[in-house]
Design a protein around this ligand. Sequence first.
Ligand code: HEC
Ligand code: HEC
Length: 329
Amino acid sequence: MRKALRALGWIAAVVVVLVLGALVYLGLAYPRADNPPEVEIEATPELLARGDYLFNSVTGCVVCHSPHEPTVAGARVIPGREGEGGPEFPIGSAGTLYARNITPAALGEWTDGEIVRALRDGVSRDGTPLFPLMPYFNFRRLSEFDLTAIVAYTRTLAPRESEVPERELAFPMNLIVRMMPGPAGPYPAAPDPASRVEYGAYLVTAASCGDCHSPMDDRGRPLPGRELSGGNPFPTGDGWVAHSANITPDSATGIGLWTRERFISTVRERAAAAGSPLSESTRLSPMPWIAYAGMTDEDLGAVYDHLRTVPPVRHEVVKFTREGAGTPQ
Ligand code: HEC
Ligand code: HEC
């Protein structure tokens, strides 16, 4: 008996040493991050115009990193507070994230390379790993021109001081998050806007449509075969839950019957209706209608052309349900 106890004691001690070793290893070896690239971005008017377009109308930077008018559908940003951070993103039992201040009041001391590294590799200036709700896995698929355009434009935001709470990540997410970032490698080639479907796919990645519209497993990875088929729940804070729509070309449950014209006009009309009295088509929704309405007809058309080519998935989504009513499947 005593022998057995002693053996157990040894095993426990070994386990403790192994776990401590693993924790120290995770702390030292992760996040994997290269030194920030040594770049100095020359902000030409052409680059700034592209950065303005992407930041405000495509890549969602302004949507996530600015406070919203809480009563207006389509994620309308409070004018004058662009980029000051603050929005809260609960991630279930894993904790809470807060979009950070990205105006020059906060990023002023960062080098261009440090901002590039945050957007592509997913580490903050001091090496803190960023949680991938900040879509660096998508942004690393942007061309060098587009990514540096966003960085250059970010520098031109009006500096605003703001208090953003520190994120809270519970064990084990506080360790798992360390393994997520990593060197993004070379920039992919710039897409050719003349190849509509390909360019549309590029915009859909840049706009992170899939992050909201693709059903995920419990580790946040898109379920294979169900990409863009919707149903992800977003509580809107007014007693309702919005569920992302099925935007695959399934004609019964997706947007298979939509024409290109209907797709483009829906984005414009939903953005214009945001702020009018709440109805079934103006209910609070996290879908960034207002930001995307800033996209050109050509670009929205390319998004549509790409969406026509993804596999159709039959998945009926009820877009708005009462809170507590459960998630319809
Ligand atoms: C879906 C919401 C979302 C989108 C879209 C988004 N961000 Fe973020 N971003 C976040 C969150 C949340 C954090 C904080 C992550 C954390 O604390 O782990 C963050 C962190 C950052 C950081 C690091 C700041 C710091 O102090 O460490 C930078 C820089 C940044 N974002 C810039 C951008 C830019 C530029 C864009 C557009 C190209 C963008 N973000 C798009 C949500 C978003
Ligand atoms: C922040 C999450 C989020 C992002 C990002 C997002 N959507 Fe949505 N989307 C939603 C939600 C939620 C709905 C359902 C509520 C509504 O209609 O506003 C929706 C609805 C839609 C609809 C309406 C479909 C219908 O049947 O009425 C279309 C079309 C759409 N999204 C396309 C897109 C495209 C294309 C992108 C990327 C360019 C995108 N969404 C990005 C959350 C998002």
